[in-house]
Design a protein around this ligand. Structure first.
Ligand code: GLU
Length: 433
């Protein structure tokens, strides 16, 4: 089975040498706190935004191929539902924790609000190593997890999608399980499905496409030529891999790429197509011929024009931010940069296109997929891409203009737009009862 193959899902590099992993929930709360202070958000609304509305923990059994039974732990967290049903991915990884899922759910709330989608934020995950499971085990785990989540999930209430360690096949099993329980097909219950069962054209590439678009927009405004420019990418899954290809197509040199197994470096530029084929065959980029091996920590510190962290959170911290030698960071991952690192990068004049915009292409096309499923009317890929570009462009411009007008970083501007929109929705809906 090709599902959950290294190149089909975002790969998760082991942490760089920049110290212990920062707690993502603490990061998310600090970002909210700073935005709420700048915006003078009402204390009651602030308190509501500082807690996740619903948190479900499930411990569920899965029959393993050897006949034994294993109990897995999974989560689904809905951060805020003021702007619409909950939306966000499901992550299968060993580092999944309730705090990680909480942070990712909060970031989904901001992401959807920033780009104007009618959704609240959610995230879920299962603590497991999907690479160590057989296809049968993975399917049984997914079907049982989908059943456990049925109390929260539906096309009207909460719509999961792929994230690290999950892919279209996992979404197909999820959708099938939910539909079996209902007695009829419900494609709108998850997004990121294969096109054959109601997935959207362009969804697979959407996150990487959005990252490449943001890198181009920011580079243009900062007068950094990307044709011939050097790009470093951490993570070579669905996000980093597609961003690498698209940036390479406009003439950028992809000088280094890393994934969970290691990294490769070539100052003249890697052959991205060959690297992708190699990674598919070997389960990672490490060992790619005619390139120099490089660690994930060293890769982040290479001199380049654009750095694309497209793996996991907490990679750029106070410990390494002072040593980065890029001009621009385009955040493909969620939460790759800590708030302390943000301060250092701002002082050093390094532009950071924040995750909640930079990687929003995925959830934007997820929204298109959900709309198409509900209407049973499907769009061609160019229509999807034109609409994606329109939303990303509009959101990018709004963020950039706000940052310039109020002398803020792009992250501050993006968070302020998003938090203000969610606060407004909370206020206008009022308090029940
Ligand atoms: N997991 C992706 C994200 O972090 C996509 C979420 C979605 O499509 O709902 O944005």
């Amino acid at each position: 089975m090709s599902s959950v193959a290294p190149a089909g899902a975002t790969s998760a590099p082991t942490l760089s040498a920049s110290g212990p992993a920062p707690n993502p929930w603490a990061m998310a709360l600090r970002q909210l706190d700073e935005a709420a202070t700048r915006l003078q958000v009402d204390p009651g609304v602030r308190a509501r935004l500082s807690a996740c509305q619903r948190e479900l923990t499930v411990n569920f059994p899965v029959r393993m191929d050897d006949g034994s039974l294993r109990v897995f732990t999974g989560y689904r967290v809905q951060h805020n539902l003021a702007r619409g049903p909950a939306k966000g991915g499901l992550r299968y990884a060993q580092h999944v924790s309730l705090d990680e899922v909480r942070a990712l759910a909060m970031w989904m709330t901001w992401k959807c609000a920033l780009v104007g989608l009618p959704y609240g934020g959610a995230k879920g995950g299962v603590i497991c190593d999907p690479r160590a499971l057989t296809p049968g085990e993975l399917e049984r785990l997914t079907r049982r997890f989908a059943t456990e989540l049925a109390v929260l999930v539906s096309p009207e209430k909460d719509i999961p999608a792929p994230d690290i360690g999950t892919d279209g096949q996992v979404m197909a099993w999820f959708m099938d399980t939910y539909s079996m329980h209902r007695g009829y097909s419900q494609p709108g219950v998850v997004t990121g499905k294969p096109v054959s069962i109601g997935g959207s054209e362009g969804r697979l590439e959407a996150t990487g496409r959005g990252v490449a678009f943001c890198a181009r927009q920011a580079a243009e405004r900062r007068h950094i030529p990307l044709a011939g420019g050097a790009v470093v990418i951490q993570g070579f899954g669905n996000v980093g891999g597609v961003a690498a290809r698209l940036l390479n197509e406009i003439g950028s040199r992809i000088i280094a790429v890393g994934d969970a197994q290691g990294g490769v470096y070539d100052p003249d530029g890697l052959d991205v197509r060959a690297l992708r084929l190699y990674a598919q065959e070997h389960g990672g980029v490490a060992g790619f011929p005619s390139a120099t091996p490089i660690s994930n920590a060293d890769l982040l510190e290479l001199e380049c024009d654009v750095l694309v962290p497209a793996a996991i959170e907490g990679q750029i911290t106070a410990a390494n931010a002072g040593r980065l030698r890029c001009k621009l960071i385009a955040e493909g991952a969620n939460g790759p940069t800590t708030p302390d690192a943000d301060l250092i990068l701002a002082q050093r004049g390094i532009t950071v296109v924040p995750d909640i915009l930079c990687n929003a292409g995925g959830v934007i096309v997820s929204y298109f997929e959900w709309v198409q499923d509900l209407q049973q009317l499907f769009w061609a890929e160019d229509e999807v891409n034109v609409r994606l570009r329109r939303i990303m462009g509009r959101s990018f411009d709004a963020m950039w203009e706000r940052a310039e007008a109020s002398q803020q970083t792009l992250r501050q501007a993006a968070l302020d737009i998003a938090v203000a929109r969610v606060a407004e929705a909370i206020n206008v809906r009022g308090l029940y009862p």
